[in-house]
Design a protein around this ligand. Structure first.
Ligand SMILES: Cc1cc2nc3c(=O)[nH]c(=O)nc-3n(C[C@H](O)[C@H](O)[C@H](O)COP(=O)(O)OP(=O)(O)OC[C@H]3O[C@@H](n4cnc5c(N)ncnc54)[C@H](O)[C@@H]3O)c2cc1C
Length: 355
């Protein structure tokens, strides 16, 4: 059996991002890499969106950039603009294609279906999979999105709706998210923040159908693409060992209050590549204790007071667009943190902090 210098378990967003970063930084000229991936084929399966708070390798995979966004409850709507940090959506199909065609030019990189096909004893292993099923009773962000196309131009393509809480909450937290890619094409997602045990919340098709017809007033459309997912909003208890370094969602790269992961994965990949020659001695990369702590308190409040959350989210955005974007992208300074914290209902958060 063949032996490799590096092994990446899971060739998804984190695994491929890391492989690409290693390759473009010439770290695989004299080293070998095995990627363990079970999927039969790569095709568009996700749309990764985020505020571009730093440059990344995938501008050519971007579907669209926006500088304006809204958030609304059933009573109020708030609009924000930002020229410095555009909101971007990445087409995963283009991302997979770009990376796989680059990796295929290097014969030091090989793909395998299972770890049992190679020797692992002396390799540095990066893992992006959860081996065990995660707890369904914990808090998850679960959702389904559809890209629809309409015969007429009806969307304002310059503005996204980040959170529309004007919908059925069913004692949990629920919103719709609309990304207009053009005047007649948009991704519309129904998103829940709840446990995964309640099957009744997963009538996503019906939720989308009703929203598109009744809230957006669209009767005539076709569906181009569907994506479905569930992101754990809790830290899985995966710890780096002296042999295995966890990456991606399994490596704690998800911001727990929002589910944003993509750009954190890019930052983590860069950090690994920078430290690759002494990776076992390098400090474990994390999104920061501050965000971990604040998100934990926020999610405690969310679990206890789901009905209050539309207004709490809404109030969070009543600040400068730079402040909220940097806070949600883990790039805020202490003054920006205080600004956001000051928008929260004090007593409820204090109680969550003490319990
Ligand atoms: C539908 C969807 C939309 C999302 N949208 C956003 C977004 O807009 N913005 C954002 O920041 N984040 C988003 N996320 C969250 C996060 O960015 C993605 O989940 C991202 O794909 C995480 O990367 P990952 O490498 O950790 O996991 P994955 O990309 O899921 O990669 C894991 C890989 O491991 C493979 N695998 C699984 N089991 C095995 C096994 N036993 N052996 C070998 N390989 C295996 C899988 O096939 C997969 O390719 C989204 C998540 C989903 C599910």
């Amino acid at each position: 059996m063949k032996e490799f210098d590096y092994i990446i378990i899971g060739g998804g967003c984190a695994g491929l991002s890391l492989a690409y970063e290693l390759e473009i930084n010439d770290k695989l000229k004299d080293k070998t890499l095995a990627i363990i991936e079970t999927r039969e084929e790569y095709k568009r399966d996700k749309t990764w969106s985020f505020w571009k708070v730093f440059d990344h390798n995938f501008d050519d995979c971007v579907i669209k950039n926006w500088n304006n966004f809204t958030i609304n409850t059933s009573e109020n709507l708030h609009e924000l603009s930002n020229k410095e940090f555009p909101y971007q959506s990445i087409d995963s199909g283009k991302f997979y294609k770009k990376i796989n065609s680059k990796l295929s030019t290097n014969s030091n990189i090989s793909f395998f279906k299972g770890l049992n096909e190679i020797k692992t004893e002396n390799s540095i292993i990066f893992n992006s999979i959860f081996e065990k099923e995660l707890d369904k009773s914990e808090l998850w962000q679960h959702f389904q999105g559809i890209e629809i196309e309409t015969p007429k131009n009806i969307f304002d393509e310059d503005i996204i709706n980040l959170m529309d809480f004007n919908c059925d909450q069913r004692n949990d937290v629920h919103f719709f998210y609309t990304l207009p890619f053009s005047k007649n094409r948009a991704l519309i997602e129904t998103t829940w923040l709840s446990g995964l045990e309640d099957q009744s919340l997963r009538d996503y098709d019906l939720q989308l159908e009703n929203y598109i017809e009744n809230n957006l007033g669209i009767k005539n459309y076709k569906i181009n693409f569907t994506e479905k997912g569930a992101i754990p909003l809790f830290s899985p208890s995966l710890k780096n060992s002296n042999k295995i370094i966890n990456i991606g969602s399994a490596g704690g790269m998800t911001r727990l209050s929002t589910g944003y992961t993509f750009l954190n994965i890019q930052e983590h990949s860069r950090y690994i590549v920078k430290n690759i020659d002494n990776i076992y001695d390098a400090k474990t990369f994390s999104l920061g204790k501050k965000y971990h702590f604040l998100d934990k308190v926020f999610l405690k409040v969310l679990k206890k007071h789901p009905k209050k959350m539309p207004q709490i989210f809404f109030n969070m955005f009543k600040t400068s667009s730079n402040t909220i974007i940097k806070f949600l992208s883990n790039k805020s300074n202490i003054f920006e943190d205080i600004n956001i914290i000051s928008k929260m209902p004090k007593l409820i958060f204090l109680r969550a902090l003490l319990n």
